[in-house]
Every structure is written in structure tokens, then in C-alpha cells.
Design a binder for this molecule. Structure first.
Ligand code: ADP
Ligand code: MG
Length: 447
């Protein structure tokens, strides 16, 4: 069997073995891009699919292809953004075209992602300070600097801000996503140009790698990255890495890489609190030259809490909607334009929050609203107040009511205290992240 036949047969077998939704989501659109020697390159639509296949299915696929081709094969997945639907040409030319398209011309920094556009607040203060210190004193302060946080919290922005500042200082900087690194490496292997590849990555002053989590499970990429890392680090060059989780939580990351990622400083980005969301929205509206009433800003900030990209998206959507229908932006218009976000928000109701908090701390719900003031109930109660303030539309007095008729100043004190703990106490912070995840995990289930 040739590679294309083997690949089609593999797809056929997978279709029989997997559920239809799983097959359609992860496998159906994967296509054979090239086969050279023992290497089979399969293109997929995006990084998530690539990641999923790398972690869940690579062994199965390798086994099948190897059996069908009757010789040991190595399967590589790469993100192939070129549209595949409109191609009718001779498959051979398509293959070479695709492979030639793949080496990325990166190093394109987004002009908007600078330090001056980055709003600094409690949720990102540490990461921001570390980023600045890397710019002022590359490879002396923290090397590597490892920044992690959920999607939409500013990792790419901060990383690129470092890139701009380093470039302005006249140093050579290379910004890549870990998929670009992988793609480049594969192309270098296929094109017998690994020396150029190494040179490109090892003759710079600062290497910025975005979303490193995607190299987990990719053995040859990890191997190459390990050597790149060492070569740069040994020459005293700065490395900054971002990820959606801390090194220890990246499954199938080689131990030696993980330990290197932990050599320097690990800084996290947390979801922005209410004040930060307001500050970011105000900054964006200023930049857009828009006048938007405070109550509308407040509405957006309350609706969207865990993702700054969505926060911006909501603002843009509202402005576009207002322009489209030629109306002035007010609360009523905002409610219409943002109705999707608002219904989503309402699914986290106060009782649900209280239940999840009580459960997380192992205390009974009625103790949260009770009169007791012992230490073991004080913190859960304060966390409940904080989350009610952050995650619902309740006012301070309403939150006081929900928690057994407490005064609004008590609620305010609790919110400040918990916000302070989140900033300074890793244990409390990770606990609250876990509680938040649980809140949304349940809320997003279809009813
Ligand atoms: P991530 O890489 O963590 O998914 P991004 O860096 O792409 O997130 O940020 C998402 C959007 O939110 C970007 O448009 C970015 O400019 C904006 N953003 C994130 N953090 C901030 C901040 N602190 N101040 C201003 N804008 C921010
Ligand atoms: Mg990003």
C-alpha cells in the first residue's frame, strides 16, 4: 500500500471504531500532506485537534499505518491552515505546495500588544512586573520566565509586549507559538535543513514561545526544544514561555523540560476582578474614542468575568450593533446586544455558589448563613461573599441578606480581604480557581 491508501484505510478503520461525533470532530478532516521515508505528515485544522490527536490517538494511528504499510512509520500532526475544500489539482502538486506553505514567517508582533496598552492590576501584577524586569535586565532576573493562565487573560499580549520592548532596545527577538516551532522543525527535517533551523533559533537574544503546552507528547519536538533551550540558556540568552497551565500540570511533558521550566520564575495570570474589568473597558473605549455610560460599562463588566478577550468582544459587539441600527448606546440597547452573555451569566445563581463553596470547604450550607464566628467558617463565608460579588448581579446589601442578614460593610470587608488573599496566598488562590471552575462546569451543562 502507498501512503495515501494506508491513510484512507486508517481513516476507515477509525470511523468504525470511534463514535460518530468523536470521529467527525477530531479525525474526519485530517488529511495526509506528505510522506517521506518513515515520516508521515498529517495536516489538521487547528491546534486543539492537533493536541487531541497527539495525546489520545497517535499510538493507535501509528500502529495502524505501520501495519498497513508493513514498515515502521512515524506520524506527525501539523496545523494546516490552508483551505482544503477547493482543491481539485493533481494530488502530488498539492502535497508539495502544502509542505512549502507551512514554514511560518513568524516574528510578526501585533502592534496593539504593548506594555502601554496593558492594564496592570492585582490579577496580573506579578506577571507584569516579571515581564518588565526581563526587559530591563534580560537573562539576569529570571530565566526562563514562565507565564501561565487561562485563555483570554493576556498571555500573548504580555509576551509580545516583551518582544516589542526588546526590539526597541535593538536586540534580536524571535516570537513563535509552539505549533510554529513544531511545523518549522518538521519542515526542516523534511527539507534536510536542520542546521538552518538550529541557527535561526540559536542566534537570537531573546526567544519567546507562546502556548508551550502544545508540545506535550510530541517527542521529537520536545527533544529539539530541549537542545534549543540549553543552547540559549548556556549563552545567557533570555527565554520566556507561556502556557495555559503550570509546568507540573502539563501531562506528558518530559521531566527534564519541566524541571528547566521551573528554573526561573513562574508567574500566573488570574481572571480580572471587577475593578480591573472596568479599568480595561474604560481603556478600550478611550482608545476607540467612544463615550459609553458608566452603567453600561458596569453591565458588561458584570456579565463577562473570566476572559478579557470576551470582555473586549462584548464591547465591540455592542458598538457595532449601535452603529448598525444608528442608536445611542444605553442600558436597554446593551441588554439587547449582549443578551447571549446575560443569559449565560444568570445560570450561576447565588444558591449554586453557596452550595459549591460549602462543598469545597467541607462545611454545611446553613453554617455559612449562621451566626457562628469561628475561624473554620469565617473564611468559607468570606469566599462566598467574594464570589457572589464577582459572579452575580447582587449588590453588597443583597449579598449581606443572602448570607443571613449581614451588614454591607461586612461584605465589603470580606471582598477586599479575599481579593488580597488571592493576590498574596497561593493556597487560597488555587482554591478559588478550583471553586470557579466547578461553578462554571455545572452551569454550562445543558439543562
Ligand atoms: P491569552 O494569550 O492569555 O489567551 P491574549 O493575550 O490574547 O490572551 O489576550 C486577549 C485579549 O485581551 C487581547 O486583545 C488583549 O489585548 C486583551 N488583554 C488581556 N489582558 C489585558 C490587560 N491586562 N490590559 C488590556 N488588555 C488586555
Ligand atoms: Mg494566547
Amino acid at each position: 500500500m502507498n501512503a495515501e491508501q494506508a491513510w484512507q484505510a486508517t481513516l476507515g478503520q477509525l470511523q468504525m471504531e470511534m463514535s460518530k461525533p468523536a470521529y467527525d470532530t477530531w479525525v474526519r478532516d485530517a488529511c495526509l500532506l506528505s510522506c517521506e521515508g518513515e515520516n508521515i505528515i498529517v495536516g489538521v485544522k487547528n491546534a486543539y485537534i492537533c493536541d487531541w490527536l497527539e495525546t489520545r490517538l497517535i499510538d493507535t494511528i501509528t500502529r495502524k499505518v505501520t501495519a498497513l504499510m508493513e514498515r515502521p512509520m512515524l506520524v506527525h500532526f501539523i496545523v494546516n491552515t490552508k483551505d482544503q475544500s477547493s482543491e481539485q489539482e493533481n494530488p502530488d502538486t498539492v502535497l508539495t505546495q502544502r509542505v512549502q506553505i507551512n514554514p511560518c514567517n513568524h516574528n510578526t508582533l501585533n502592534g496593539r500588544y504593548t506594555f502601554s496598552e496593558f492594564v496592570v492590576a492585582g490579577n496580573n501584577r506579578l506577571a507584569h512586573a516579571a515581564a518588565l524586569s526581563v526587559v530591563e535586565n534580560p537573562s539576569h532576573s529570571y530565566n526562563p520566565l514562565f507565564i501561565y493562565g487561562d485563555v483570554g487573560l493576556g498571555k500573548t499580549h504580555l509576551l509580545q509586549a516583551i518582544g516589542h520592548a526588546i526590539q526597541e532596545a535593538g536586540r534580536r527577538v524571535l516570537f513563535v507559538t509552539s505549533e510554529e516551532f513544531t511545523n518549522d522543525l518538521i519542515c526542516a527535517i523534511m527539507g534536510h535543513s536542520t542546521t538552518e533551523f538550529r541557527e535561526k533559533f540559536r542566534t537570537i537574544d531573546v526567544l519567546l514561545v507562546d502556548d508551550i503546552q502544545f508540545i506535550a507528547g510530541k517527542d521529537s519536538t520536545q527533544e529539539e526544544f530541549f537542545h534549543t533551550f540549553n543552547a540559549l540558556h548556556d549563552q545567557g540568552k533570555q527565554i520566556v514561555i507561556t502556557s495555559d497551565r503550570p509546568p507540573r500540570a502539563i501531562g506528558t511533558l518530559e521531566l527534564r523540560l519541566r524541571s528547566r521550566f521551573e528554573w526561573g520564575l513562574i508567574a500566573d495570570l488570574q481572571p480580572p476582578d471587577y475593578e480591573t474589568r472596568i479599568a480595561i473597558l474604560n481603556r478600550k473605549t478611550e482608545r476607540m474614542g467612544r463615550l459609553i455610560p458608566d452603567e453600561v460599562i458596569d453591565l458588561i463588566a458584570r456579565c463577562i468575568q473570566n476572559n478579557i478577550r470576551e470582555l473586549e468582544g462584548a464591547l465591540n459587539r455592542l458598538c457595532a450593533y449601535a452603529d448598525l441600527i444608528g442608536a445611542v448606546i444605553d442600558q436597554a440597547l446593551a441588554k439587547t446586544a449582549l443578551s447571549d452573555y446575560i443569559t449565560q451569566q444568570q445560570s450561576v445563581n447565588p444558591e449554586h455558589i453557596m452550595g459549591v463553596v460549602a462543598n469545597a470547604f467541607g462545611v454545611e450550607m446553613d453554617r455559612l448563613v449562621g451566626r457562628e464566628r469561628t475561624q473554620d467558617i469565617a473564611l468559607p463565608r468570606q469566599v462566598a461573599m467574594y464570589l457572589l460579588r464577582e459572579e452575580t448581579h447582587q449588590s453588597l446589601p443583597q449579598i449581606g441578606q443572602t448570607l443571613g442578614g449581614r451588614d454591607h460593610t461586612t461584605v465589603m470587608y470580606a471582598c477586599d480581604k479575599v481579593a488580597g488573599l488571592i493576590e498574596n496566598d497561593d493556597r487560597v488562590r488555587s482554591r478559588i480557581i478550583a471553586i470557579r471552575e466547578q461553578l462554571y462546569a455545572r452551569a454550562s451543562l445543558p439543562v
